[in-house]
Ligand binder design. Structure first.
Ligand code: TRP
Ligand code: SF4
Length: 400
């Protein structure tokens, strides 16, 4: 059985805020009970833009991993690791770089965007251009089926798919492929073999994508296939090559509607964030001083929630009853803004209480944290070594 894996990474930006939690992390927590998940700290990725200030990366790593755990990422369910501790990522990145056309990288939208946005940095480096390919290596290494990311990252997943396809096309050749594939079909057992061949015909004659998906599901459920046969059958379904690297899909993370305390999108760089683990007094003060509907100057002026960032917080944190109370009270001037903010403050503090409690054991005992990550790195490295063995073999680099 080859379960569908989920892989995602985050740059080490230090302590995370509520936007990260309600955007990415909550999603990760949900996924970990549905799929085998690998989550990693993308420290090399941080270097692609911050190569001149690497000293911040280390402290950031540990703060960030603590926040993952605080959010409810469970190291029993998910593999947590640091990218640079699995140097196989660099090897795969290098090998993929040999067959990736330069134009593919130059055309990635984040390349020009980020160079413009971070204009104070010199990003005309080789590493920065190659960073989406490094990301492709991160994903292909674990044969991920799903990659939870935000919208801005979708072009990177598309690039990853193209890179995988090209790699398979170039290196998935095999002498006697057809015969070996037909032998492997027999190993499915007669019922499954028949279905597999039907699905294959449906795809090859009618281009039916659903048939490919069903074929993949069938292979995923087939227990007595070795890895090589499995790659052949994945490839045979669609053509005449082995599929060594499998194409992932983006699992789009819905953009968090979390506003910062100034009403703009919450972001560390705007200085408007509430950290996941923040002092309760500071949280209270930040929310109490948040701007509200600018038309509501006096307590007696009615307001409009749609123009108020506090209302967006209600949408994240409040139940139906409280939301109705806030809307009606705002529009009729029946409640004041501080009154309106109180249930939000209470809900944020209650949420943070959970974060603080889950984080505490790791703050008290740093070796606990380090052991979790060391263990995750070992697990990831094992999987990575398995992939690299096949990749080297496919290219013809397995000399021993
Ligand atoms: N590039 C991603 C970001 O900036 C982080 C990342 C690196 C990643 N490698 C990845 C995300 C692999 C998903 C999968 O947010
Ligand atoms: Fe915003 Fe609530 Fe004040 Fe209305 S009552 S303006 S929703 S804080």
């Amino acid at each position: 059985m080859y379960p569908e894996r989920v892989v995602s990474g985050m740059r080490p930006t230090g302590a995370l805020h509520l936007g990260h939690y309600h955007g990415a992390l909550k999603n990760w927590v949900r996924l970990q009970s549905e799929y085998p998940c690998l989550f990693f700290v993308a420290d090399w990725h941080a270097l692609t833009t911050h190569y001149d200030s690497p000293e911040v990366i280390e402290e950031n790593i540990w703060d960030m991993v603590i926040d993952w755990l605080a959010a409810g990422i469970d190291p029993q369910q998910s593999v947590l690791f640091i990218q640079s501790r699995v140097p196989e990522h660099a090897e795969l990145f290098l090998l993929l770089s040999m067959c990736t056309p330069l134009g593919w990288l130059e055309r990635v939208p984040t390349y020009k965007d980020q160079q413009e946005k971070l204009s104070e940095r010199d990003l005309s480096t080789y590493g920065f251009l190659g960073y989406p390919l490094l990301q492709a290596a991160d994903i292909l290494m674990y044969r991920a089926a799903w990659v939870p990311v935000g919208e801005d990252q979708v072009p990177h997943i598309e690039l990853t798919r193209e890179v995988a396809r090209r790699f398979n096309h170039l290196f998935g050749r095999e002498v006697g492929f057809e015969e070996k594939a037909r032998e492997a079909v027999k190993k499915l057992g007669s019922k499954r073999a028949k279905l597999y061949l039907e699905l294959r015909t449906r795809f090859q004659e009618q281009g039916d994508e659903q048939a490919v998906q069903r074929g993949h599901d069938l292979l995923d459920d087939s227990q007595n296939l070795g890895l090589a046969d499995r790659e052949r059958l994945f490839g045979y379904l669609e053509g005449s090559r082995k599929l060594i690297l499998s194409e992932p899909q983006a699992l789009l993370t819905e953009a968090s509607r979390m506003p910062g305390i100034d009403g703009q999108k919450m972001s560390k760089s705007y200085g408007n964030a509430i950290a996941m683990r923040e002092d309760p007094a500071v949280v209270t003060k930040k929310i109490r001083t948040m701007p509200t509907d600018p038309a509501r100057v006096r307590r007696t002026d009615p307001g409009e929630p749609e123009r108020c960032p506090v209302w967006q917080l209600h949408q994240v944190y409040s139940g139906e009853d409280t939301r109705q109370w806030a809307q009606a009270g705002c529009r009729s001037a029946g409640i004041g803004c501080l009154e309106c903010k109180q249930p939000v403050i209470d809900a944020v503090l209650a949420e943070q209480q959970g974060f603080l409690e889950r984080a505490q054991p790791y703050l008290d005992d740093r070796t606990l944290l380090r052991n979790i990550v060391a263990d995750g790195c070992d697990q990831a490295r094992k999987m990575a070594q398995e992939t690299m063995r096949e990749v080297r073999e496919a290219i013809g680099l397995a000399y021993d």
